[in-house]
Design a protein around this ligand. Structure first.
Ligand SMILES: Cc1cc2nc3c(=O)[nH]c(=O)nc-3n(C[C@H](O)[C@H](O)[C@H](O)COP(=O)(O)OP(=O)(O)OC[C@H]3O[C@@H](n4cnc5c(N)ncnc54)[C@H](O)[C@@H]3O)c2cc1C
Length: 518
């Protein structure tokens, strides 16, 4: 993984000429003055932990699993949001942990939490490091130091129960490895977020992730049947049946807890048979309103495709749904619908009838194949855009169908108000009977301090989302970035509940301080 960008350096993407022209002529983007910092020149604070602290950590996990090198600290600084990348490119490593600690078992995690609570050392659980909401930038204030708890050594498939269609994993397994291990048994999770190449199973649960095939396989939290969680107050072992009436479902308290309540050390996940057949295709609608009505019809009346994505007019024009053909979009609004698994032909025919009745024009499998081919490549373009002097960032929300147009307008207006005339693109890619998420991509010229420029805009958008009745996040989570708006969303009683749970499970407050809890 690139330390100051996204992904595998071998997959770096050049900006297509159409996009260069558009950036320069339409948005007025100019190349930044300063080149990006080199890894060696990133400024990190001196290691705050004492030799005694580091020795104690070494006794818990083995000294070879406690890293304090410059590179290890830089590589565990923050996540992969655009402000995170801009700060790293500017050489700002001020949020670097003092040490990176790699436990090899649940018991070692439990021992580390005991130790860090006693010594007031902040602990940041670190999965794939792909957070885009500041979920890995803990506050140092009042702590003897900060450690990144890198879970990559907890990387095993522990059990498969094919009768119940369950697989139990350790949390550090990355998504491609999970799919590889399951594929050997003809199984799949079906969780394919755009961060698929690097994100971990523990991170998916901790941040309530949702993947591109959520219409067919559900969100990640739908897949979690059981969790083992190490907390400073003891171990939680949750989920002994698919559903239960034994009080509130405590699994739901851990899902989305972003490392603030405990460290997930095992996950029992619902799996499916790997699909033998996959077909993806494109449809065109005249307008976003018409396209929204069509995907709502599928969500409410069925049959629901496995993948369903509707781009608005601007996203369709730019061609963002097909990153390998970016800059060569079309008119109207593009729908990508995909069918995986059994009875593909029947489901496709029935869904096509709904789409046709709703005014859709079939485009065949070409656009679907282009989407499939480029489904993980858009984040690579971000690095080229940042280098060219554009800020590009994504944000997302969700609401009920009746409120979706208001939410769409509120986000666009807030972005236009904050940034002048940015390029704002949107798509719907997670649908439910009662509503859907809206996912925005914004491109704007970097001006002044680009981090401040974006953070100001983001605050205004988050306020507008809450005001318009949406949620501050459908699948990225809260982190530090959405904490204030989240407090407004859940109100004082909601905040009191979160604080009470935190006090019960993490009385010393060492777990991810500053993240999630207002
Ligand atoms: C380019 C890009 C594309 C993305 N696309 C999507 C997308 O399509 N869908 C989507 O849902 N998200 C997406 N994300 C966001 C991100 O990938 C998800 O939030 C993902 O769930 C994070 O997983 P991770 O393993 O990287 O977690 P990390 O970033 O390491 O951690 C996320 C949070 O969870 C905590 N945490 C991690 N592991 C554990 C654990 N075992 N126990 C307790 N707490 C833990 C961390 O402390 C942090 O607060 C994208 C991000 C990027 C950069």
């Amino acid at each position: 993984m690139l330390w100051s960008g996204w992904g595998d350096p071998a997959k770096a993407r050049e900006l297509p000429e159409e996009i260069r022209v558009l950036l320069h002529d339409l948005l007025g983007v100019r190349a930044p003055q300063a080149p990006a910092a080199a890894l060696e020149s990133v400024r990190v604070p001196p290691v705050a932990l004492s030799g005694a602290h580091l020795d104690a950590l070494g006794r818990a996990v083995g000294p070879e699993h406690v890293l304090t090198s410059h590179e290890a600290r830089v590589r565990h600084t923050r996540g992969k949001s655009t402000p995170d990348l801009l700060r790293m490119r500017a050489g700002d490593g001020s949020d670097a942990p003092d040490a990176v600690v790699l436990p090899g078992s649940h018991d070692e995690v439990a021992e580390l939490l005991r130790l860090c609570s006693a010594e007031r050392v902040a602990v940041v659980p670190f999965g794939g490091g792909t957070s885009v909401v500041g979920g890995l930038a803990a506050s140092r204030e009042g702590f003897a130091g900060v450690v990144a708890l890198d879970l990559s050594r907890l990387d095993r498939l522990l059990a498969v129960d094919e009768e119940s269609m369950l697989a139990t994993f350790e949390p550090g397994v990355r998504a491609p490895e999970a799919e590889r291990l399951l594929a050997a048994r003809g199984l799949t999770l079906g969780h394919f977020p755009q961060s698929f190449e690097y994100a971990s199973l523990g991170g998916f649960a901790a941040a309530r992730s949702s993947g591109q095939a959520s219409a067919g396989y559900g969100r990640f939290d739908d897949m979690v049947m059981g969790l083992t969680v190490a907390t400073p107050a003891g171990t939680l072992d949750l989920g002994r049946a698919p559903r239960s009436a034994a009080g509130p479902d405590l699994r739901q308290l851990v899902l989305g807890s972003e490392g603030a309540f405990g460290v997930i050390t095992a996950l029992r996940l619902r799996v499916r048979r790997a699909p033998a057949e996959r077909v993806y295709e494109g449809w065109r609608f005249a307008s976003f309103a018409e396209g929204t009505a069509a995907v709502r019809a599928l969500a409410q009346e069925g049959p629901l495709p496995t993948v369903l994505r509707l781009s608005d007019e601007t996203e369709t024009m730019i061609g963002l749904a097909r990153p390998d053909a970016i800059g060569q979009g079309g008119s109207g609004c593009l729908v990508i619908s995909g069918y995986e698994g059994d009875a593909v032909a029947e489901r496709r025919a029935a869904a096509s009838a709904v789409l046709r009745r709703a005014g859709g024009e079939p485009l065949g499998t070409g656009p679907g194949q282009a989407w499939e081919h480029g489904r993980f490549s858009a984040p690579y373009l971000r690095d080229s855009l940042l280098a060219a002097g554009a800020t590009v960032e994504t944000l997302e929300t969700a609401g009920f169908w009746s409120n979706l147009p208001r939410l769409y307008d509120a986000v666009r207006l807030a972005l236009l108000g904050a940034l002048g005339s940015p390029l704002v693109m949107c798509h719907v890619s997670h649908v439910y009977e009662t509503g859907a998420s809206l996912y925005f991509t914004v491109v704007t010229p970097q001006e002044g301090d680009p981090v401040e420029q974006w953070e100001r805009a983001k605050r205004q958008v988050s306020a507008a989302v809450v005001e318009a009745g949406g949620t501050v996040s459908h699948h990225h989570g809260v982190g530090r970035d959405h904490r204030e708006a989240y407090a407004r969303e859940i109100g004082p009683a909601g905040v009191a509940v979160l604080r009470a749970v935190k006090a019960g499970l993490d009385p010393a407050g060492v777990l991810n301080p500053g993240v999630l809890i207002p």
